[in-house]
Design a protein around this ligand. Structure first.
Ligand SMILES: [Zn+2]
Length: 642
């Protein structure tokens, strides 16, 4: 053998590392790239893993965390996934926990003590929980050795990513204050721009980016443009030996999903419908039926699929255009996890091109909504605000109040007094006389009040008890801790107060609005990119690879629409005229954009709250151009301009 000693011992060492991982986690082999990432982390070097969905990123950080001394923290926005992983790790005998808002007070106290005692190996947290004072205190405990900091779904940090989350932006700053040994960041897809952002944010050199090509040769990618997609879809699903089943069919809206399920069922197919509007129980039942192959077709909105692992899905069908190349790849990638041949089929139409753009416009908060929200976040005296309430009242997504508050706090125009809840519900567990026994007059008065007002707003309790909101919250928690009362707190809220700085609501709103405009521009660009890829005469897999990694495939795939000579021409956007209806039949809206959202069938927070999705005119104009729906291009306006 020509191997030198050093090389030989290194190889032995590598073998033992891999073997140890396989033994602890009960696996047979590691996938490409996994060992490299684990090794970086074990050596205390930060790394970025760009691993396609299903490639086993969690094994990388779990293994590294187990092999290192101390506690590792995993930041993930996916609550369901966290729960599943924690259970899995515990079955392996690894001490793992998750910290989030759903924990009961007693559970939380116990967990914080366990963390502070240094007994936890892996802790899963949602990004917003990293600001929780009690959690931070336990992390700072002497007994805690901070090992790995793991950022799951790391693309959320980049403006260029496909699901930007402002709370991810705070992670690098947070990390500077909490010295972990190293950082592991993971994402399934990262275009060159996203990758650069992540490397910069977490100080990861080029040599420590482990990237696995997203190309999956077992997926045949087909794109079709036909006048009767439904007839075509029925043929596809019924093809010889049902070789395309089990199938997942993605639609854009709940209504589409319900209608298509009904049509398929009427045609004698075995279809189930899944969307976020169903109850938790119903969704679990549907998932179980599909996972166990009791039903062969699942018609779903994109709410389905996060963290679901069904290896034998034989086809994924998009009846509507996905919003970006990344989402197309992620959704279609749920086919053929077992490595066996499968199909991704996508239908493209001119009407759908308009609809896809409309939905991007609709998702963008308008200036009036942002301004209203900014004003509500600048109270003259301490106030309790809930993001849900702000979002519903101002009809903007919940990240608007979140981002406004970040800005206002930075300007010192607002300060956060404490985090809490909007509503309480108290239930006496003992008789009134037992609870009242031996109390001073002041306490008695307060408890009598609580017996009379068992449900309500925490702020009301504070006002009637003549104390501050944090004090009222504390009192309620003490009632629970005494074991005399059962307590439920609901709707997360913040107690805020005016700060020393000044802020002009209009200016702040305008600043945020332009950030959203920039995002919209990027989203529209991505959508066009996807359309170009889907309709190109060059290999579809090669184009996707180029878009996602900056490098193409060594050779065309040979089995996509383009390689088979079946590439389609991009259809013209339909931009249909506004259907006729009586204006008086429409619900009342304060702002033109709200009316437009209703007409295209977009569920904004206020629309959802008013349950307008069941209105007969909801979504009647999905294929009419957004500008026309907002009245920006109407005859009346034009004649004014003349
Ligand atoms: Zn190809």
């Amino acid at each position: 053998m020509m191997l030198g000693m050093a090389k030989a011992s290194q190889e032995e060492d590598e073998e033992s590392l891999a073997q140890r991982v396989l033994r602890i986690f009960g696996k047979e082999a590691l996938r490409p790239g996994q060992e490299k990432i684990i090794r970086f982390a074990v050596e205390g070097k930060s790394a970025l893993g760009i691993l396609p969905t299903g490639h086993g990123k969690s094994l990388c950080y779990q293994a590294a965390a187990v092999m290192r001394e101390g506690m590792s923290v995993v930041v993930s926005p996916l609550l369901a996934l966290m729960r599943e992983q924690v259970n899995h790790l515990r079955r392996l005998g690894i001490i793992a926990h998750r910290y989030d808002s759903s924990l009961e007070a007693t559970e939380r106290g116990k967990l914080l003590a366990e963390i502070a005692g240094g007994g936890v190996k892996l802790l899963y947290v949602a990004p917003e929980s990293l600001e929780n004072e009690a959690l931070l205190k336990s992390l700072r405990s002497q007994a805690v050795v901070l090992s790995l900091f793991v950022v799951d779904e790391a693309h959320c940090l980049s403006q260029w990513g496909h699901s930007f989350r402002p709370d991810y932006l705070k992670l690098p700053t947070w990390l500077r204050q909490h010295p972990f040994a190293c950082t592991l960041a993971f994402t399934a897809t990262a275009t060159p721009r996203v990758r650069a952002d992540l490397q910069r944010a977490f100080h990861i050199p080029d040599g420590r980016v482990v990237s696995i090509s997203p190309y999956r040769r077992n997926i045949q990618r087909l794109v079709r443009c036909t006048s009767d997609p439904l007839a075509d879809l029925l043929l596809f699903l019924r093809e010889e030996d049902h070789r395309h089943l089990p199938a997942i069919i993605y639609t854009r809206t709940r209504k589409n999903a319900e209608e298509l399920t009904a049509t398929l069922t009427a045609a004698g197919l075995d279809a189930l419908c899944y969307h976020a509007g169903l109850s938790q129980d119903a969704r679990e039942k549907i998932q179980d039926d599909f996972l166990a192959n009791r039903r062969s077709i699942l018609v779903a909105t994109i709410a389905f699929g996060m963290g679901i692992d069904k290896p034998d899905v034989r086809s994924v069908v998009h009846v509507n255009l996905p919003s970006s190349p990344e989402s197309y790849l992620q959704e279609s990638g749920r086919a053929g996890r077992d490595g066996l041949p499968c199909t991704s089929l996508l239908y493209l139409s001119g009407g759908d091109r308009t609809l896809a753009r409309n939905r991007l416009y609709a998702a963008e908060p308008d200036f009036e909504g942002i301004l209203r929200c900014a004003r509500m976040l600048l109270p003259a005296e301490p106030d309790v605000v809930s993001f849900w309430e702000l979002s519903t009242q101002c009809d903007v997504s919940e990240d608007v109040p979140q981002r406004l508050l970040d800005t206002l706090c930075r300007m010192r125009a607002v300060r956060i007094i404490c985090q809490g809840y909007k509503f309480y519900k108290a239930r006496p567990l003992l008789s009134a006389s037992t609870i009242m026994n031996g109390r001073c007059a002041k306490e008695k008065k307060r408890l009598e009040w609580l017996f009379e007002h068992r449900e309500g707003e925490v702020a009301q309790a504070a006002s009637d008890w003549r104390c501050t909101y944090p004090q009222a919250l504390e009192q309620l928690r003490e009632c629970e801790a005494s074991g005399e009362w059962g307590l439920q707190l609901r709707q997360r809220a913040l107690c805020i107060a005016p700060g020393k700085g000044n802020a002009d609501a209009r200016e702040v709103a305008a600043g945020l609005r332009s950030a959203y405009e920039e995002r919209l521009r990027l989203d529209l660009e991505k959508l066009s990119c996807l359309e170009d890829i889907l309709c190109s005469h060059a290999c579809l897999n090669d184009s996707m690879e180029r878009y996602l990694t900056g490098k193409g495939l060594p050779a065309p795939c040979g089995h996509c629409s383009a390689c088979l000579g079946q590439a389609i021409t991009l259809p013209e956007s339909s931009n249909e005229p506004l259907p006729s209806f009586e204006e008086t039949d429409l619900p009342h809206f304060d702002r033109p954009s709200q009316r437009a959202r209703f007409l295209i069938g977009f569920c904004s927070p206020a629309l959802l709250f008013r349950r307008l999705y069941s209105h007969p005119l909801f979504g009647i104009a999905g294929r009419t151009e957004w500008k026309m729906l907002c009245g920006e291009n109407t005859d009346a306006k034009q004649s004014k301009a003349d």
